[in-house]
Design a protein around this ligand. Structure first.
Ligand code: NOJ
Ligand code: CA
Length: 522
């Protein structure tokens, strides 16, 4: 299966102006008072998401699972987890989303399953069967697959099974790019091909039911011993071919973090992540983040890497920068007050589809000191129930406090959606304005071009030009608590957005007041 030099795919039209909202279903809205969010609860909040201006949703895994990793340990790919509702309820959710002119991506976990998946149970058997090669097994329990950790000593089968993440998540077998042990299968071995075809069946099942595509978990991890990802790229190209034939409109977003590879694999978009080479953490999550008001951050390495990826992805808006997600510390753990607004002015003026993690729009905090829930560990504090209003359990659930899925933020001044919707100066209102501005200026939208104007080492502000056709908008962001300046030749025209102070130009020099964001036509 050689890698093809594939052009980047035509995107489904709706991705051109998609603004995503990530829903962690456990914690979003509980409709039946059992302490855990569900599909019906999500349906009841679709208007809230739409009102904010988001027109697309990524929902974390909602499939049957023992929940050792919050659902990233699937035991039945084609069955909704009963705690969220039935497949029929999920289908209804798709319909309700579409009725509002929105789209929804499910979370596809192709790299591993739960140990409770029937495929794994069959593959543990000593007798050969259809699932013997569904996972990566060595041929003796005394030999471990190098590098990935393993599950061993629990099966009649003599062998150790490779794992992909936690040790209860056995790795599915898509083959080795360069097999060098007898038990390592090649990417075109019957076992590896059967796994790939089974993955297509899962996609067929949900796309047929009406979902619009997938966010793909650990998309770059599938083929093993695959240094340059050539095997994994070829695998995804094969899957894209199947989609092109059967579901040409299916949107694919990868958790890969290396757009030069994922886009070649046929994904429409890739995320920048808190791991990998992107320098994403320099923005919001390091000792001195660029968007902190201390003004001691450094944006230059992020920008250098971004530019490199942007060129490699043919200057198309395909790189998604999330506000956060269920694996990262909440944005509000390190960025505060006005700086959250400036951080969103950045997120909502960059190319690629923005992703807003539920609750980030109201500055929900990281809940400190929680005991791990369902394999969350330090991530648990970023997964607490959505704070809707000031009623019982912040309007998340009518269950007794002790039976909530994760404890709520108990602070008296915790932000709520209701209060922020009523307050013109709230973070949520600012984000709503920013989204409106983005959606009414093609230059600011997902596929508008970007050129960095000022992004110097250790310096502020950050300035970049977004453009589409004749429209050119200069974005200037100064999160620092001091006035800064930079030089540029553009004559400043009308201000389409401003937050903080007034940007002034004298000669070539543009002075930017402390904690200011401005989008100016040039
Ligand atoms: C990435 C997911 O976002 C994370 O939550 C999960 O634990 C791992 N992949 C394993 O599936
Ligand atoms: Ca519920």
């Amino acid at each position: 299966m050689p890698t093809k030099n594939q052009p980047i795919r035509r995107q489904p039209g709706w991705l051109d102006n998609a603004i995503f909202y990530e829903i962690y279903p456990q914690s979003f809205c509980d409709s039946n008072g059992d302490g855990i969010g569900d599909f019906e609860g999500i349906i009841s909040k679709l208007d809230y998401i739409k009102e904010l201006g988001c027109n697309a949703i990524w929902m974390n895994p909602c499939f049957e699972s023992p929940f050792g990793d919050a659902g990233y340990d699937v035991s039945d790919y084609c069955k909704a987890a009963p705690r969220y509702g039935t497949n029929e309820d999920l289908k209804r959710l798709f319909g309700e989303v579409h009725k509002r002119d929105m789209h929804i991506l499910l979370d596809l976990v192709p790299g591993h399953t739960s140990v409770e998946h029937k495929w794994f149970k069959e593959s543990m058997k000593a007798e050969k069967n259809e699932f013997t090669d569904r996972y990566i097994w060595t041929d003796s329990v005394w030999e471990e697959p190098v590098g990935y950790g393993s599950l061993r000593g629990i099966s009649d089968r003599d062998g150790s099974c490779a794992v992909n993440f936690f040790t209860h998540q056995p790795a599915l077998n898509y083959g080795y790019y360069k097999p060098d042990r007898p038990w390592q299968q090649s990417i075109d071995s019957p076992g590896a091909i059967a796994t790939r075809e089974a993955l297509k069946d899962i996609m067929r099942f949900w796309l047929g039911m009406g979902c619009d595509g997938f966010r793909v978990d650990m998309a770059g991890s599938l083929v093993k011993q695959d240094e340059d990802s050539k095997g994994t790229i070829a695998l995804w190209q094969n899957i894209r071919e199947f989609l092109d034939e059967e579901f040409p409109d299916a949107a694919m977003v990868s958790e890969w973090g290396e757009p030069d590879k994922s886009l070649q694999g046929g994904f429409h978009m890739d995320f920048l992540l808190h791991f990998g080479p992107s320098h994403y953490n320099d923005l919001f999550r390091c000792e001195e983040p660029f968007f902190s008001d201390r003004g001691k951050g450094d944006i230059s390495e992020f920008v250098a890497k971004y530019k490199e990826n942007y060129e490699k992805s043919e200057r198309k808006g395909l790189i998604c920068i999330p506000s956060g997600n269920h694996d990262m510390d909440r944005l509000a753990r390190s960025i505060h007050d006005d700086n959250l607004k400036i951080a969103f002015a950045f997120l909502l003026s960059m190319p690629g589809a923005p992703f807003i993690y539920y609750g980030d729009e109201i500055g929900m905090r990281y809940v400190e000191g929680l005991t791990s829930v369902e394999g969350g560990f330090s991530r648990t504090g970023s997964r607490s129930p959505m704070q809707w209003d000031d009623t019982t359990n912040a309007g998340f659930s009518s269950a007794p406090k002790e039976s909530l899925y994760i404890k709520l933020d108990e602070s008296k001044d915790r932000p709520t959606a209701k209060a922020q919707m009523a307050d013109e100066s709230s973070l949520r209102s600012e984000i709503k304005r920013l989204i409106e501005i983005r959606q009414s200026h093609p230059a600011l939208m997902n596929k508008g071009e970007i050129e960095f104007v000022y992004a110097e080492k250790g310096a502020y502000p950050l300035a970049y030009l977004r453009s589409s056709g004749d429209e050119k908008i200069l974005v200037i962001l100064n999160p620092a608590d001091r006035e800064t300046d930079f030089e540029c030749d553009y004559a400043l025209g009308e201000e389409v957005y401003s937050f903080g102070g007034k940007v002034q130009k004298q000669g070539k020099k543009i002075a930017v007041p402390a904690k200011t964001a401005a989008f100016i036509e040039v």
